[in-house]
Design a protein around this ligand. Structure first.
Ligand SMILES: NC(=O)c1ccc[n+]([C@@H]2O[C@H](COP(=O)([O-])OP(=O)(O)OC[C@H]3O[C@@H](n4cnc5c(N)ncnc54)[C@H](OP(=O)(O)O)[C@@H]3O)[C@@H](O)[C@H]2O)c1
Length: 323
């Protein structure tokens, strides 16, 4: 099968297409023929070994796993003897967590992994882009206990995690203020934000408003900067910044305003099923910026690394067209 492989950490050019052996499912695994995957920030961070500490998990000198790609949508091609939930031909979507391997024509995943039947009426391209940003946002919002009547600010509301966070906070009943650049105001409003702030025109930390939760979807803020914009007992929920690993337990003991930073994020089948339900109820949609064929993975990766994508960047495999 064709797969995008890399043998050393470095810039997007370390990626290349290669013919590799097609995996064979174990008893509790399904073999999925992948029709669409994504290039996300996890792929880029792991490939570049940024932050360096990531190497302790992905291979100190060189990558332990040669194929990147966490998100996928495709069709079940074969199932192991013990598999009950899926059958050949089922359309599935999900996320292969820290095992990667989705930048390829086929992947094996355990039946119990973060994998589910695709939402009705969804294309493979859309389904591939559902899980990463949304589950990262859920990881932060659940411990923050986002609920009806709360005021939530989502900073970086136009990215993969940001577009998900706006929709999820809105679904949980919060009054949502979204912060993004001028060019993304309309798309962010269309996701259910109650109000939007253009960060090129206004600094939300200086407008006198306060929030129950501030969700930083692009890792650009800091607790010290946003503290004055939190209500008493409010939470700051970053998605990046190693220092937040220290701040989270410290602020949890001191009381008052807190940092919530669940790390590493957990990706579960329950979350994939939760998102499927939201999509089928018309309460969630993935935002897709661009689609590239698998062969153009370097170009796609370079675009993701501009850090200016709106939502998600999809790779299509086997010449699939949106359905
Ligand atoms: N290192 C890793 O391995 C890793 C892995 C996964 C996730 N993460 C972290 O997870 C978070 C989410 O990633 P993501 O993939 O959702 O991000 P993303 O999609 O790459 O975010 C891109 C969006 O952020 C907006 N943006 C950029 N700078 C901004 C600023 N200063 N203020 C407001 N918006 C800004 C961009 O729009 P404009 O430029 O037009 O404003 C663009 O729409 C990030 O904090 C990321 O670092 C890290």
């Amino acid at each position: 099968m064709r797969a995008v492989v890399y043998d050393r950490y470095g810039p997007p050019e370390v990626l290349r297409l290669e013919d590799v052996e097609r995996p064979v499912p174990m008893a509790d695994e399904v073999l999925v023929k992948i029709h669409a995957t994504t290039v996300n920030r996890t792929d880029c961070g792991v490939r570049a070994a940024d932050p360096f500490i990531a190497r302790f998990f992905t291979g100190l000198r060189r990558p332990r796993r040669r194929i990147l790609g966490t998100e996928l949508a495709g069709e079940v091609e074969a199932v192991g003897a013990a598999v009950r939930e899926f059958g050949v031909g089922d359309r599935v979507f999900g996320l292969n967590d820290w095992l990667f391997g989705a930048h390829a024509e086929y992947i094996c995943m355990r039946e119990s992994a973060a994998l589910a039947h695709m939402p009705a009426g969804m294309s493979f391209e859309e389904a591939a882009a559902v899980c990463d940003g949304a589950i990262l946002a859920l990881n932060g919002m659940r411990p923050a206990n986002i609920q009806k009547g709360q005021h939530v600010l989502v900073y970086g509301a136009s990215g993969s995690t940001g577009t998900a966070a706006v929709q999820l906070a809105s679904y949980f009943g919060a009054d949502v203020t979204a912060v993004c650049n001028t060019k993304n105001l309309e798309v962010v409003k269309s996701l259910g934000a109650d109000r939007v702030i253009d960060y090129t025109k206004q600094d939300f930390t200086k407008n006198g408003e306060t929030y129950d939760a501030i969700f930083d979807a692009v890792g650009k803020l800091s607790f010290s900067r946003v503290k004055g914009s939190l209500k008493p007992g409010g939470v700051y929920n970053p998605t990046d910044g190693l220092w937040n690993i220290i701040l989270a337990p410290l602020t949890s003991r001191i009381g008052g305003k807190k940092v919530i930073f669940p790390t590493p994020p957990r990706y579960t089948k329950d979350d994939v099923l939760f998102l499927k339900g939201l999509i089928e109820a018309g309460k969630y949609r993935p935002v897709i910026d661009r689609c590239y064929p698998l062969e153009d993975v370097i170009e796609a990766t370079k675009y993701v690394e501009t850090r200016q994508k709106t939502g998600n960047v999809v790779l299509t495999i086997n010449g699939d067209r949106p359905r």
